[in-house]
Design a protein around this ligand. Structure first.
Ligand code: CS2
Ligand code: MG
Length: 404
């Protein structure tokens, strides 16, 4: 038996806030898990520190599934972003430990490689259509095989997904209160087809293109947009509507063949069970950190595989390198891999989280060393204390709160 002797939570802000769990065993082997929930980081840190870590001491680190069930069913209050991020961190750290004990990279414990590399997509954006098209060229020159494209919308001041300068895009604004943004669906629906007309004009029909609607439309508006962009053959239209009403996606499916991706905010299989079973979506974007870890995410993707649904995991900078490392071990092994989002972290983040995954020729490659191939430099992390930061709040022009 490999006994857990310590479990500690490190909250740090190297470039942005991250919450990391480190589990140590009596064999001297340790593992890490990401527990970052953008804008609610301290809630997960407390859930772990106050209610989970004490229960882990003395448990067998090798009993990953039993620990998962113990934390999921044992809490009584199931699911939700905070609970499932905490369980995810424990699960990820235990898989890291198991790989190290076995002397194998975790993907070998998940059935071995199903592909040579993990195809990733990068973010291209610009205030104007022209700037966004030029940014697509930048991504293509960097070797990306798939590109998400976002652009400013005339009349909308702070548009999601569009930022200036070379620093990684960070939507969470530092400060004690969220910034507020304004939204106009009409302006957005008018402008987005022009963006993709321009991108296709410049790059032709073969480049894999994606777009993130970011939960802002109603199903009929999403159907309209999906129909309007069919000529530009998007690989996916992401988060077209808020996904609480899974049956609402039937309306989108009735009107358009544009593929749909959803799920970066999902935290359990139940958030997408109907979407998948009715084939209302084409990609599920759930992640290791938000959907209960490697153990649960693998369940979700195995369920997706029954219905021709592929993975398309979220990979924004608010998911730490620990999450990305774990994601790559799953991505490279599952049979129904689709795409992996990749937003490179800031240099200071990579200094705090030494990792072995690397980008080459449009792919990310997980490390070959035992475990996940990532760690946290706790001494360095301590130099970057938590900074309060919140995701924006969105309002319509009449002041009505709207999905951000
Ligand atoms: C976005 C995210 O990358 C994406 O697809 O939806 O950047 C999202 O806005 C952030 O992860 C929120 O924290
Ligand atoms: Mg998204």
């Amino acid at each position: 038996m490999t006994t857990i002797v310590d479990a500690s939570v490190i909250v740090s802000c190297p470039g942005r806030n991250f919450v990391t769990l480190k589990i140590r065993t009596d064999d001297g082997v340790s593992g890490v898990g990401d527990a970052t929930l953008n804008g609610r980081e301290l809630a997960v840190a407390s859930y772990l520190r106050d209610h989970v870590c004490p229960l882990l001491i003395g448990r067998d680190a090798q009993r990953i599934e039993d620990t998962w069930q113990y934390l999921y069913k044992g809490a009584y209050w199931r699911r939700g972003p905070v609970t499932m991020a905490a369980i995810a961190a424990v699960d990820t750290a235990l898989w890291d430990i198991k790989g190290k004990l076995a002397g194998l990279p975790v993907y070998q414990l998940l059935g071995g490689r199903s592909r040579e590399g993990v195809t990733v997509y990068g973010h291209a954006n610009g205030e104007s259509v022209a700037e966004a098209v030029d940014d697509v060229a930048r991504l293509v020159d960097l070797g990306y095989r798939a590109v998400r494209v976002q652009c400013g919308i005339p009349g909308i001041e702070k548009m999601y997904g569009v930022h200036k300068g070379s620093t990684p895009y960070e939507p969470a604004g530092a400060g004690a209160r969220p910034v507020e943004a304004t939204w106009s669906t009409q302006r957005y629906l008018t402008h987005v087809p022009r963006l993709f007309e321009a991108v296709r004009d410049r790059f032709g029909p073969d480049l894999t293109l994606l777009h993130d609607v970011h939960h802002r439309l109603t199903p009929i508006e999403a159907a309209r947009l999906g129909k309007r962009v069919e000529d530009y053959a998007l690989h996916w239209l992401e988060d077209p509507v808020p996904a609480e009403l899974q049956e609402g996606f039937r309306l989108i499916r009735t009107h358009t063949t544009t593929p749909i991706a959803v799920g970066e905010v999902f935290n359990s299989i139940w958030d997408c069970q109907q979407l998948v079973a009715e084939q209302l979506v084409d990609f599920v974007r759930a992640t290791v950190v938000h959907a209960g870890g490697i153990t649960h995410l693998r369940r979700i993707f195995d369920y997706c595989a029954l219905y021709h649904v592929r993975s398309g995991s979220h990979g924004a900078t608010d998911l730490s390198p620990v999450c990305m490392a774990a994601a790559l071990h799953l991505d490279v092994a599952i049979p129904n891999f689709g795409l992996q989002e990749y937003m490179p972290h800031a240099e200071v983040t990579d200094e705090v989280f030494p990792r072995s995954y690397r980008f080459a020729d449009g792919y990310l490659h997980p490390g070959e060393e035992p475990g996940l191939g990532v760690d946290i430099d706790e001494k360095l992390a301590a130099r970057y204390p938590y900074q309060p930061a919140y995701l924006p709040v969105n309002r319509l022009t009449d002041g009505t709160v709207h999905s951000w």
